[in-house]
Design a protein around this ligand. Structure first.
Ligand SMILES: NC(=O)c1ccc[n+]([C@@H]2O[C@H](COP(=O)([O-])OP(=O)(O)OC[C@H]3O[C@@H](n4cnc5c(N)ncnc54)[C@H](OP(=O)(O)O)[C@@H]3O)[C@@H](O)[C@H]2O)c1
Length: 317
């Protein structure tokens, strides 16, 4: 038996509980992982809030990513980086039900955790990181170009700015003033969002902005991007549903009409661990115990998390 988080109804974080569930032995092509950290993402609460529909079966397991130690393998447990063995320290993405002490997942979702990376950052690396790689691929950001990133200090935003800097791009990022020092440390030029944003960006980049990545979904982020970037194919949003589609910018991810980018995101897993191993990508993570999942979600829903929130199911992790 293992402790797992479930949503028992559609609603707010009060519908979350921790229950005991039987975890099956891994079958062919599967691995069993003792979870050390599970990443929290806004989609997790969107799923049980009912805002994405109420057709999903209840109780609903949550969590699309987790990092941990392999404690069992089925036959032919082969992941993107090769065979998976008991004792391996790994990250699993994209999975279902990561909020748990133990999980059984397809070996195809499992990549080695970089040795230098702690469990908590590893638990929050993949969903935001793969989204960031997809956003940079969709906008074709390359060395020497200037990219505007809206919501630069959020979970996805921080991955976008670091991956863009690693590509040699100049990055201007919007964030609350308290996040500006950290963005500067990462090589990003920060500015505040809100009235006058387009003028502030023009002052920073008088020669123009080549591409824009919206990690927030506000009309302001879309409108300022349209004002500053001539080519709509070089503006991408991960959250401006449905406005972004209406104005003809690129929408990516799981929303209606968006490009899921499954191949790009799957390939991104090993690119992300490589960036981490090379010291070009770090994850700022803050952890909560499994029993505090509702508090973690309330904090995430307030919309000003800098970096990632993760759940740590074992007290010693
Ligand atoms: N399409 C996809 O594949 C995909 C993937 C992941 C996430 N998403 C979606 O993308 C959104 C962001 O996800 P996340 O995980 O990065 O969230 P997050 O970690 O909660 O970050 C949200 C960020 O938004 C910023 N923010 C809040 N209000 C703002 C405003 N009015 N203008 C500009 N920025 C503002 C905050 O910045 P400050 O704290 O600096 O104010 C915060 O850093 C969510 O809606 C999520 O569901 C989509």
């Amino acid at each position: 038996m293992a402790r797992v988080v479930v949503a028992t109804a559609f609603g707010g974080p009060e519908v979350l509980s921790v229950v005991e569930e039987e975890i099956p032995a891994p079958g062919p092509g599967e691995v069993r992982i003792s979870v050390r950290a599970a990443g929290i993402n806004p989609v997790d609460w969107k799923l049980y809030s009912g805002s994405m529909g109420t057709a999903a079966a209840l109780p609903m397991r949550l969590g699309f990513e987790a990092a941990g130690v392999v404690v069992g393998v089925g036959a032919e447990a082969i992941g993107p980086a090769g065979s998976v063995s008991v004792g391996d320290q790994v990250i699993a993405f994209r999975i279902a039900g990561g909020y748990a002490e133990e999980i059984v997942v397809p070996a195809s979702t499992v990549v080695p955790k970089p040795a230098t990376m702690g469990w908590e950052p590893a638990g929050g690396l993949m969903l935001a990181g793969a989204t960031a790689v997809h956003a940079l691929t969709a906008t074709g950001v390359s060395s020497g170009e200037t990219v505007l990133v809206h919501g630069a200090a959020g979970g996805v935003g921080l991955m976008v700015v670091q991956a863009a800097v690693a590509r040699g791009a100049r990055v201007i990022g919007t964030a609350s003033i308290s996040n500006h020092p950290y963005l500067r440390e990462l090589g990003t030029e920060p500015t505040t969002y809100g009235d006058g944003l387009a003028d502030r960006v023009r002052a920073l980049a008088p020669d123009g902005v080549d591409a824009a990545i919206d990690c927030v979904g506000t009309n302001e982020a879309v409108d300022v991007s349209l004002e500053l970037v001539a080519d709509r194919d070089r503006i991408v949003s991960i959250a401006a549903f449905p406005y972004g589609s209406e104005v003809g910018i690129k929408m990516i991810g799981g929303g209606p009409g968006a490009d899921p980018g499954t191949d790009v995101r799957n390939a991104a897993r090993l690119q992300l661990t490589e960036l981490v191993a090379q010291g070009q990508l770090e994850v700022r993570a803050r952890s909560f115990a499994l029993d505090d999942v509702a508090a973690a979600h309330r904090e995430g829903q307030a919309g000003h998390v800098s970096g990632k929130l993760v759940l740590v199911p074992h007290a010693s992790a």
